[in-house]
Design a protein around this ligand. Structure first.
Ligand code: ATP
Length: 273
């Protein structure tokens, strides 16, 4: 059972070195780290620090990881909630949770608020779902808009939100002073996958034959989450086989298993770039 709909991680240990690839996105969020660390440097000439940025990209590509890394790099608390938690909520509860979250965040500023799956709250009003079910979602969205407008740009709270459906978002969310910056987080290419493999191979006892280049060539269409999954599966498979180190055969079998899982989920594996 969930006590609260958001967690505040006061000490985030994740840094940019945990996020492989995504070089352009990292460059863009580095600015946000600087805003959090030295706001006065940016406001002294009359500029306004942005309140929020939208991380746009397919599932499992590292949006949550990158948002946490921003908090980790700036050494500020990380508050998070997921839009999907607000589905089927009783009247008034969603809006109250949003107010409560912003209140806590303002007390802990500077900090990051991360809203995963913002499309579950932020779908354009009057669109989708069952009649009635929509009302509380709209209340929640309205309260989010009110809260975003209600704090000063120098409050030290920066909101990052993630979505893979920017097209369904209510345009009110994308207006200047709200989520007016978009940062795209794409699936990794072969070079990106190699970098992600290197991160997730680090804690594993490897046979010298294991080659991250080969592994990345064998995993077209995989997102970071699937690569992390392959590395973990391979270690478990090798352990079951009583091996002393994880070898390429274990990785091959892990890749097959993860592809099998993806096919079951009916996900489309995109062709190699
Ligand atoms: P979703 O939209 O499904 O919430 P997401 O984009 O937020 O997905 P994450 O939750 O950040 O994805 O990624 C899941 C896990 O996959 C991470 O905790 C990490 O282990 C791994 N991962 C994903 N992308 C990367 C990356 N670029 N570098 C290293 N690890 C990654």
């Amino acid at each position: 059972s969930k006590a609260a709909l958001f967690d505040a991680e006061n000490k985030v240990k994740i840094t940019f070195s945990d996020v492989a690839g995504l070089d352009e996105a990292k460059e863009e969020v580095k600015e946000i780290v600087d805003f959090l660390k030295t706001p006065s440097k940016f406001t002294k000439l009359g500029g306004k620090i942005p309140k929020g940025a939208l991380l746009v990209g397919p599932p499992g590509t590292g949006k949550t990881l990158l948002a946490k890394a921003v908090a980790g790099e700036a050494a500020v608390p990380f508050f998070s909630l997921s839009g999907s938690d607000f589905v089927e909520m009783f009247v008034g509860v969603g809006a109250a949770r949003v107010r409560d979250l912003f209140k806590q965040a303002k007390e802990k500023a500077p900090c990051i608020i991360f809203i995963d799956e913002i499309d579950a709250i932020g779908r354009s009003r009057g669109r989708g779902q069952l009649p009635g079910a929509n009302d509380e979602r709209e209340n929640t969205l309205n309260s989010l808009l009110v809260e975003m407008d209600g704090f000063a740009t120098d409050s030290g709270v920066i909101i990052l939100a993630a979505t893979n459906r920017p097209d369904v978002l209510d345009s009110a969310l994308l207006r200047p002073g709200r989520f007016d910056r978009q940062i795209s987080i794409d699936k990794p290419d072969i070079v990106g996958r190699e970098a992600i493999f290197k991160v997730h191979l680090k804690p594993i006892k490897l046979d010298p034959t294991v080659d991250p280049k080969k592994l990345s060539a064998q995993t077209p269409g995989f997102a970071g989450a699937e690569i992390a999954n392959v590395c973990n599966e391979a270690a478990l498979i090798a352990a079951r086989r009583d091996k002393k180190a994880v070898d390429m055969q274990d990785f091959q079998d892990a890749i097959d298993r993860v592809i099998g899982g993806l096919e079951k989920k009916n996900k489309i594996i995109s062709p190699e770039e």
